[in-house]
Design a binder for this molecule. Sequence first.
Ligand SMILES: C[C@](O)(CO)[C@H](O)COP(=O)(O)OP(=O)(O)OC[C@H]1O[C@@H](n2ccc(N)nc2=O)[C@H](O)[C@@H]1O
Ligand SMILES: Nc1ncnc2c1ncn2[C@@H]1O[C@H](COP(=O)(O)OP(=O)(O)OP(=O)(O)O)[C@@H](O)[C@H]1O
Length: 317
Amino acid sequence: MTPAPVTVRVPAKVNVQLVVGGLRPDGFHDLANVFLAVGLHDEVTATPADRLRITASGPDAHQVPLDETNLAARAALALAARHGIEPRVHLHISKDIPVAGGMAGGSADGAAALVACDALWGTGATRAELLAICAELGSDVPFSLVGGAALGRGRGERLEPVEVTGTFHWVFAVADGGLSTPEVYRECDRLREASGGGHTAADLPEPQPTPALLEALRTGDAAALACALANDLQAAAVSLRPSLADTLRAGTEGGALAALVSGSGPTCAFLAKDPEAAESVAEALLSSGTCRKVRVTSGPVPGATVFPDGSPDRTLP
Ligand SMILES: C[C@](O)(CO)[C@H](O)COP(=O)(O)OP(=O)(O)OC[C@H]1O[C@@H](n2ccc(N)nc2=O)[C@H](O)[C@@H]1O
Ligand SMILES: Nc1ncnc2c1ncn2[C@@H]1O[C@H](COP(=O)(O)OP(=O)(O)OP(=O)(O)O)[C@@H](O)[C@H]1O
């Protein structure tokens, strides 16, 4: 009997603290990367097929690569290779996470495809095996699998749990066009070099999150979290896209508790006191004309999750 399609829902992320250490010999940077999964989701549906095939839908689907560079395709190929099987699957990506926006959209699809193919093919991979494949696919991919909140060490792939109480309310300002993650890291190194602070990882202590940030998450204190938000890639993203400074200012003037660039950008993230405040920040951002679109959501939310009946349950939040 042909197995039924499997759909996996997977969230975007915002980095509530991204501490970037020195450049390592392998071209990555050591990080203390505190991730929070937020309620913008992609869905990946795996259906039996003659060969590996990728399709995408959604308003920004034209920006999604449909070849083997797609992280969903790479995930399917990696799982199939490990289990000595042919990757006979059609992966359909229903895209809602901004593309190249600093919200780990491609990573999310990689994690979702892995979980979907494992269920479709009955490969029965352990959680540890799935996490190991995720880490091979990219630094953000393990977190997309796990969701919630976590501290990523190493290049961001070595996850430790982070305790969170309650829900934080966010507004995301989506920019026109994306930013390349490697270019933003390179710009960060260039700016540090120019200010006389360029270091290799060997020169620097391991980056650490601040105790104030971890305490704000643990106690669910949005005002304290606002004071602790930090992104070492923000200056680089703003240097490459100076208009982001206007977006950040518009959200702060519109009542956000704090504003920061999400990961490598160009999406900007705004923390709000409550859902009502989030709506008014969103209105202020829209009327400022400093972004392409605005999304209101909250987090933490769970990581990659199979829909119980294999197809999306539209009653889910
Ligand atoms: C900016 C963040 O999104 C924050 O969570 C991540 O650090 C980026 O994670 P990602 O998109 O999964 O990145 P990867 O696919 O692993 O790496 C892409 C490129 O980003 C740079 N990179 C990434 C992670 C890291 N710790 N140091 C880096 O310098 C490297 O140039 C690398 O070649
Ligand atoms: N499934 C996918 N969806 C979107 N882009 C993908 C996907 N797979 C590969 N890519 C490629 O990855 C690039 C970065 O896209 P992505 O949406 O993952 O960026 P990002 O959110 O900035 O990533 P991160 O926050 O992890 O650094 C895209 O320009 C595209 O070429």
